[in-house]
Design a protein around this ligand. Structure first.
Ligand SMILES: [Zn+2]
Ligand SMILES: [Zn+2]
Length: 212
């Protein structure tokens, strides 16, 4: 069985998620934006072995702690999609701009592409490429528990910003309607910020993508 715990980190209250397989106690952390001691404290408390970092996209609040964490525990970095290389290269400027501690540069061990899978212990999640907020944004779908970790693609009642370099509003809407909605109305999504919701609820009531 796959489990997860979401931990808001950084001044942006970004939802980092620890996901794990209860049969093996193997864990991955999705989007370690910062507050690494808080995240590692939860990993210890849960009795897990952290073995990987997974990234939805390379904005500082999601990826800022990646280089340091990878080096500290010798972890592989999985994702995002290569479209976000320029955001990884820009992490030092993002740190300065948003008042984050200097982010350590990193190189993903494995880039992700649409229809890839990632594995933690005995559990497999599906990867969907969902560009629009950033060109290399990916989403992790766990159909076995009807959950999707969607980063900054979709929020409860809102959608990701597209006013950044290489942001694209139409692409974002397509990502949501063509790649998220097919996961099913019952799917609970964990957004990059704020509370969880379901795709069904957003299809009914989200002012940006309702009735789509
Ligand atoms: Zn973002
Ligand atoms: Zn964010």
């Amino acid at each position: 069985m796959l489990h997860y715990l979401t931990v808001p980190v950084t001044p942006f209250q970004q939802n980092a998620s620890i996901v794990w397989c209860d049969a093996t106690r193997q864990a991955a952390v999705i989007d370690p934006g910062g507050d690494l001691d808080v995240l590692l404290g939860e990993v210890d408390r849960l009795g897990l072995t952290l073995g990987q970092i997974w990234l939805t996209h390379a904005h500082i609040d999601h990826a800022g702690g990646t280089g340091q964490l990878a080096q500290r525990l010798q972890l592989p970095i999985v994702g995002p999609h290569p479209g976000d290389q320029f955001w990884i290269d820009g992490l030092p400027q993002q740190s300065a701009m948003f008042g984050f501690p200097p982010a350590q540069h990193f190189t993903p061990t494995r880039w992700l592409h649409d229809s890839d899978t990632v594995q933690v212990g005995n559990e497999t999640l599906n990867v969907r490429h969902c560009p629009g907020h950033t060109p290399g944004h990916v989403v992790f779908h766990a159909p076995q528990i009807d959950r999707a970790f969607v980063g900054d693609v979709l929020f409860a009642g809102s959608i990701g910003r597209t006013d950044f370099p290489q942001g694209n509003h139409e692409q974002l809407i397509d990502s949501i309607t063509q790649r998220l909605w097919p996961m099913g109305d019952q799917t609970v999504f964990i957004p990059g910020h704020g509370p969880e919701s379901t795709f069904g609820r957003e299809r009914r009531s989200n002012p940006y993508v309702g009735n789509t």
